[in-house]
Design a binder for this molecule. Structure first.
Ligand code: SAM
Ligand code: SF4
Length: 335
């Protein structure tokens, strides 16, 4: 199969990567992501898995090379493996390079083998601490043991695991060195993420925010860090720790804006397309999807949306800015 020409945005960036939030629901309530008392979308508003497949396929036909399935917690959506199974045909045909997943790991012990069988090669598991009590405090509802079993199952199934940890001031900053040693000891890269001002939560963002420039400087007391040219197609910048040979990534939307190389858009489980994680503008793809069996209207809506992709986000976290940059939670747009 030939390579479809990519969608190009007004700033000349090729959009070849789509992140799909397949549900806004989750079995955790991480303190930086959700409020304890969340109102979720009524189930009737969700696109079916067949509709999500049709949307993803329309993007693949327009040059998308990589799909990340995320959420909410993607692996709690009922029947989700059928979406992986159906999308895997695009891997088989060569139209797609990669299908990946971002998960909290709670359901991995159950699904790791199935994911591997659907052609998934790499997964991101979010893990902010290795301390079971702290894990419970951060996730409110999570069980660390289950996540660790999930990581074991994923590695046993041959999946390449990467860890994502949100850097939280005064919460997990004392653990970064042992977490890096633990991850690298298992052949796992670890990426730290700056907390982003998305959605209303209990407490102050400014209290959670820990700049990764400081984290990186502190890590240099423990590791010799070498800049790495390694890229996964995401916004992380990597260094290699000489002592362990493993990689450490930094996702720094606040201290270093990475929008100039943005290659992605985000689709929600209701068929809303966000052209930027940090802006409110969105395009409805559900109406054109449902309007006819042909993809003509849908394709036109996708093309119009890409022409509105903004230059970048304007995240700020300080003590005078009380409003989140955007009102929706990360679990809506998908991390
Ligand atoms: N439930 C899955 C998980 O936790 O991996 C997938 C969705 S979650 C929204 C995706 C990623 O976003 C997670 O790594 C999470 O830590 C991160 N995240 C959530 N809210 C965030 C925020 N306000 N700032 C930075 N990262 C956030
Ligand atoms: Fe759920 Fe992921 Fe948000 Fe945590 S970060 S509440 S696991 S969606």
């Amino acid at each position: 199969m030939g390579t479809a020409p990519a969608l190009i945005d007004p700033f000349g960036r090729a959009v070849t990567y789509i992140r799909v939030s397949v549900t806004d629901r989750c079995d955790f309530r991480c303190v930086y992501c959700m409020s304890e008392d969340m109102t979720f979308l009524p189930k009737r508003d969700l696109l079916t898995l067949e509709e999500l497949d049709r949307l993803c396929t329309a993007f693949v036909d327009k040059g998308t090379r990589k799909i990340r399935i995320t959420g909410g917690e993607p692996l709690v959506r009922r029947g989700i493996m059928t979406l992986f199974q159906s999308l895997s045909r695009h891997l088989d045909s060569g139209a797609l390079d990669e299908i990946t997943v971002t998960t909290n790991g709670s359901q991995l012990a159950r699904y790791a083998k199935d994911l591997a069988a659907c052609g998934v090669r790499r997964i991101n598991v979010s893990l902010d601490t290795l301390d079971a009590d702290k894990f419970r405090r951060i996730t409110r509802w999570g069980d660390l043991k289950k996540v660790l079993e999930g990581i074991d199952a994923a590695q046993a199934a041959g999946l390449h695991v990467k860890l994502n940890a949100v850097a939280l001031a005064g919460v997990n900053e004392d653990e970064f060195v042992p977490m890096i040693r633990w991850a690298h000891g298992r052949g796992i890269d670890i990426t730290f993420i700056e907390v982003m001002p998305l959605g209303e939560i209990e407490g102050q963002r400014a209290d959670q925010y820990l700049p990764l420039s400081k984290v990186r400087a502190d890590l240099m007391d423990h590791f010799t860090l070498r800049d790495s040219s390694y890229q996964t197609g995401g916004p992380a910048r990597y260094v290699t720790a000489e002592e362990t040979g493993g990689r450490i990534g930094f996702i720094t939307p606040l201290t270093h804006n990475f929008c100039e190389s943005c290659n992605r858009v985000r689709l929600t489980c209701t068929g809303t397309l966000y052209m930027c994680l940090g802006q409110e503008d969105a395009a409805d793809l559900r109406a054109p999807l449902r309007a006819s069996e042909s993809n003509d209207l849908l394709n036109a809506a996708i093309e119009r949306a890409i022409l509105r992709k903004p230059k970048g986000h304007d995240f700020i976290i300080d003590r005078t800015t009380r409003q989140p940059a955007v009102g929706r939670h990360m679990s809506v747009t998908g991390g």
